[in-house]
Design a protein around this ligand. Structure first.
Ligand code: COA
Length: 261
């Protein structure tokens, strides 16, 4: 995989860790960084050596403190729409990725940072993490899917309160309302917990893993009948070698060896 200006990446035990590396700007997402995330995720889709992804921010203070506000100058209705649609496209690619993606939230996850975390399949946070959608302070609204995903994750009343007041909430509060899956003490624990989750998933049938993600995403797609998607996916699983292997391994009282086919 190529080197990037704003991202670091490392592959260990089939898990790709992507670090957003703009610590001086609290890892704010400029257009270039967003484009780089897009390229890496595109790569992940077809990379047999990668089974899962962790996204984390450089340093102790911030996951991502939002879109880069210095790039907002001169944005108008036309360029603003493009800004929103481009970001939505990248975050949808993350959400639709057939391999699990975990946001490891260390510090601020604000605006586009909170939206990035929500586009990931799961969120683990350190005690010092802070979540918020402060866009109304700037005269805008969340534009990278936040109005939709926050509502899906925490419900309408809580989502509206967060987006309308621009309040920041603690990791514990985010955990309480279902915005994060786990809260841990520090960065080391954060990576350990994220790796632990992905390691468990690594032992499962890859096709089935991708299809669970697909079916769960169907819940939020009004054009799709999720039950139909589930039946189609179940049927495809039943035609796979991994299904034969998984059931045979159970009956033979041994660990399955899945091939993802
Ligand atoms: N875009 C661009 N730069 C940002 C940024 C953003 N979203 N968030 C922080 N930065 C920059 C600051 O401008 C500052 O740069 P400087 O050192 O060159 O002045 C640097 O990161 C450190 O931020 P600072 O504000 O000094 O840190 P703080 O600890 O006092 O406050 C925050 C931290 C996160 C509360 C504050 O930076 C903030 O409110 N950021 C904007 C959050 C936001 O509105 N995000 C949504 C955007 S749509």
């Amino acid at each position: 995989m190529e080197e990037y200006k704003n991202l670091l990446h490392s592959l260990s035990d089939d898990i790709l860790t992507i670090t957003i590396n703009r610590e001086k700007n609290l890892n704010a997402l400029n257009v270039e960084t967003l484009q780089e995330i897009k390229e890496v995720i595109q790569y992940v889709y077809d990379a047999p050596e990668i089974m899962g992804v962790i996204i984390i921010g450089a340093g102790e203070k911030s996951f991502v403190a939002g879109a880069d506000i210095s790039e907002f100058t001169g944005v108008n209705e036309v360029t603003g729409r493009k800004f929103s649609e481009d970001g939505q496209e990248v975050f949808q690619m993350i959400e639709n990725c057939n391999k699990p993606v975990i946001a490891a939230v260390n510090g601020f996850a604000l605006g586009g940072g909170c939206e990035l975390a929500m586009a990931c399949h799961m969120r683990v946070a350190t005690e010092n993490a802070k979540f918020g959608q402060p866009e109304v302070n700037l005269g805008i609204i969340p534009g990278y899917g936040g109005t939709q995903r926050l509502t899906q994750l925490v419900g309408k009343g809580r989502a509206l309160e967060l987006m309308l007041t621009a309040d920041m909430i603690s990791a514990q509060e985010a955990y309480r309302i279902g915005l994060v899956n786990h809260v841990v003490s520090d960065r080391e624990e954060l990576l350990a917990k994220s790796n632990e989750i992905l390691s468990k998933i690594k032992a499962k049938a890859p096709l089935a893993v991708g299809m669970v993600i697909d079916c769960v995403n169907a819940v939020n797609n009004p054009e799709e009948n999720g039950y139909q998607t589930e039946a189609n996916s179940f049927s495809r699983c039943c035609g796979s070698d991994d299904f034969t292997e998984g059931t045979a391994a159970f009956l033979e009282k041994r660990q399955p060896i899945f091939k993802g086919e």
